[in-house]
Design a protein around this ligand. Structure first.
Ligand code: ADP
Ligand code: MG
Length: 676
């Protein structure tokens, strides 16, 4: 049970199942002080009116908690039966949870709840552990965890949580010893000790990750690579005859860097950062031509089907009649067509392969892959990048392109193993996108404005949120919105297309193409259009329920307009009343179009947890460390990791053995293919 739910199967696992907060009886909120801005509260009061409502799946438990200032409802939808058995009326409880407003009343669903006098054996702050509803339903509560952990600490010795950091590092950076640290995290006997303990374990986490990255980088720099000796006909012809515009200074500089990298006989591992619309595609194309000029194949990989298709079309168009064979390979290419492409990749007939993840599957063999470009990197994990390396006897050069500017701390962690190029200049003639915030009450005016733009021949995007947790409702509002848009835009006069994730791929593609080709005036969509889509004639991005979007998502969406010569607009439409946090996000969007600034704000507001698909990447799975708040520790550990490796690159000295063992374990867990 514990194993399934929390991946806890040994006492060691239990040691590292840290509490995420503490019940501190001195930190209470009065119920009357709760208002619409309250998020989480800890309150104490008497529990009354424990009642069950509904039946079957709809069964839930409701209870009321009151203190001397007011009352609030507590709700359980899962484990109701068990909760009913354990809770006692007219007893004093301490409760912690997230407040929500329902029908004008505040309530807390699935609060953490404990009898006020539950256990005096655990003095001071009591640890609160994350659990799951399944476990709670089985009676394994936070209390049980605390008791088990406490019992465990009575049994174990310092040797059960041995030091892993080299003694010199512990000394140099003033870290407390590991055993005490773990103990104090579970049961802090003072603020000071808790802080020491957390600092120490964060330090260790970040150090291990920085050490992994530093080793990977060492491997890269030692890695032999294909030598692109010359700039040949493909590149030169394209430059002279097919390039549709003058390259910006930044594009030229980056191409030069790539040219140098690939000529050295070492494998290139380069990250190309450039805000949306900065013109990364052309850099990718010209780098691929360089590979072709030296007798190699090249591929470009995108995170979604639509993006891969768009790349395929725009690359084919750019290369025109140059006689270069470009092919598209995605999960949707099946049967005979797939077989054909696979054969052509293997015998070298295809020079440039454009595709999705499908390209890294083991069945895909290249004759001689020399360069792999990965677009919108944040959707790919480090492990996937590593799989590309195996596509040729020597790994191909790798160019990773990301549209989302990455704050420094995050870059150090996610891409610490790569060299970085930046396109910091937009193509000339771009007008700043005008961004405004409008509320539902002003919807009519907004729609009139959008229509006036369409009447001038422009195209418009109307984007609806789609959040996994409320997917069904979101689709309903998308459909309702679509019907509304059809009414607003007289169907005889305007053409409306719609794309969303539930459409069959072919249909989605047809609708998308209608918009890309200018046959549809308005595109109603969910965030499937987020990345990469390029329709220069589109001048309006209307984001519905903008309060529900994250900053970098809005920035990506806004980047879909402002690609042509016309003045473009981004309208953030929200409900009439929105939370302070949403308001802050929207104000940031209105006040700047600088992607770096937005990324920093985003990271600060949201934490790295769910940014950039970092969860899948495995690199950022820290238990305690937060790369925004702990930026200073991160810098320190980076230097320490580099220092250690410069003294002992293979970690073979006796004092470094525990560390080496730990790296091995972690490497396996996070699927960092190449790390041993
Ligand atoms: P992104 O970096 O977001 O992938 P794209 O490569 O899609 O950006 O380029 C955005 C738009 O800018 C495209 O329409 C492209 O043709 C155009 N573009 C790129 N480079 C230049 C340039 N040097 N001069 C003018 N337009 C350019
Ligand atoms: Mg792009």
């Amino acid at each position: 049970m514990l194993r399934q739910e929390l991946e806890i199967s040994t006492f060691q696992d239990l040691l590292y199942h840290y509490p995420y907060r503490y019940f501190d009886r001195t930190q209470l909120t009065k119920i009357a002080a709760i208002d619409s801005t309250t998020e989480y509260v800890q309150i104490a009061g008497i529990l009354v009116n424990i009642t069950e409502e509904g039946a079957g799946f709809k069964k839930r438990l409701i209870a009321t908690l009151y203190d001397d200032t007011g009352r609030i409802e507590l709700l359980w939808f899962q484990g109701a039966q068990w909760m009913k058995k354990t809770l006692k009326e007219n007893e004093r409880y301490i409760v912690f949870g997230k407040v929500s407003l329902f029908n004008g009343y505040f309530n807390i669903s699935h609060p953490e709840i404990e009898l006020w006098n539950a256990d005096t054996a655990i003095a001071g702050r009591q640890p609160v552990y994350s659990s799951t509803t399944k476990l709670i339903a089985k009676g394994i509560t936070n209390r049980s965890f605390a008791k088990i952990t406490q019992a465990l600490f009575e049994k174990i010795q310092p040797g059960d949580a041995p030091e892993v950091l080299p003694a010199e590092i512990v000394r140099q950076y003033n870290l407390c010893n590991r055993y005490s640290a773990i103990r104090w995290i579970h049961f802090p006997d003072s603020d000071e000790h808790e802080q020491l303990a957390r600092h120490r374990m964060k330090w260790e986490e970040l150090f291990i990750s920085q050490l992994m990255i530093a080793r990977l980088r060492l491997q890269h720099t030692a890695q032999q690579g294909w030598r692109f000796e010359k700039v040949g006909d493909h590149f030169n012809d394209f430059f002279r005859l097919h390039l549709p515009f003058e390259l910006t200074g930044a594009q030229k500089r980056v191409l030069k860097e790539i040219r140098q990298d690939t000529a050295m006989g070492k494998q290139m591992n380069r990250l190309l950062q450039g805000d949306v619309g900065s013109g990364k595609t052309i850099v990718a194309v010209m780098s691929m031509l360089l590979a072709l000029d030296n007798g190699f194949q090249a591929c470009i990989m995108a995170p979604t089907e639509i993006l891969a298709q768009q790349h395929y079309f725009s690359i084919s168009e750019l290369l025109g009649d140059m006689g270069i064979k470009v092919r598209l390979l995605t999960g949707n290419v099946k049967g005979k067509a797939r077989k054909e492409i696979l054969a052509e990749l293997a015998d070298g007939t295809v020079s440039i392969a454009v595709g999705t993840h499908a390209l890294i599957e083991d069945t895909v063999q290249f004759k001689n892959l020399g360069l792999a470009v990965i677009d919108e990197q944040h959707r790919f994990g480090v492990g996937q990048r590593a799989r590309l390396w195996k596509k040729n006897e020597m790994p191909p050069h790798v160019l990773v392109m990301t549209a989302t500017p990455i704050p420094r701390t995050l870059a150090m962690t996610l891409y610490g193993d790569l060299d970085v190029s930046v396109i910091d200049e937009l193509p000339p003639g771009r007008k700043e996108i005008k961004t405004v915030h409008r509320k539902d009450a002003g919807r009519m005016k907004v729609m009139e404005f959008v229509r006036s733009q369409v009447d001038e021949g422009r195209q418009a995007y109307i984007v609806y949120p789609l959040i996994e947790e409320s997917e069904k409702m979101d689709y309903e509002s998308l459909m309702a919105g679509y019907e509304q848009v059809k009414i607003w835009f007289n169907e005889n006069k305007y053409r409306i297309a719609m794309v969303h994730g539930r459409q069959e791929a072919g249909e989605r593609q047809r609708n998308m193409e209608r918009f890309v080709k200018g046959e549809a005036n308005v595109l109603v969509a969910t965030t499937v259009i987020e990345v990469g889509v390029n329709v220069p004639n589109a001048s309006v991005m209307l984001i519905e329920s903008a309060e529900r979007f994250g900053l970098s998502q809005m920035h990506q969406l806004r980047g879909r307009v402002g690609r042509g010569a016309d003045q473009s607009y981004c309208i953030l439409l929200t409900g009439n009343k929105i939370s302070e946090e949403s308001y802050k996000r929207i104000q940031i969007m209105v006040s700047t179009t600088d992607g770096f600034k937005i990324a920093e704000e985003d990271l600060a507001m949201r934490g790295p947890g769910d940014m950039y698909g970092t969860k899948q990447s495995g690199v950022l799975k820290f238990k305690l460390a937060d790369i925004v708040l702990d930026g200073a520790i991160l810098e320190e550990t980076r230097i320490a990791a580099q220092q250690l490796l410069s003294q002992d690159p293979s970690l073979s000295q006796p004092g470094n053995q525990p560390l080496r063992f730990m790296l091995k374990q972690q490497g396996r867990q996070s699927h960092w293919g190449k790390i041993s």
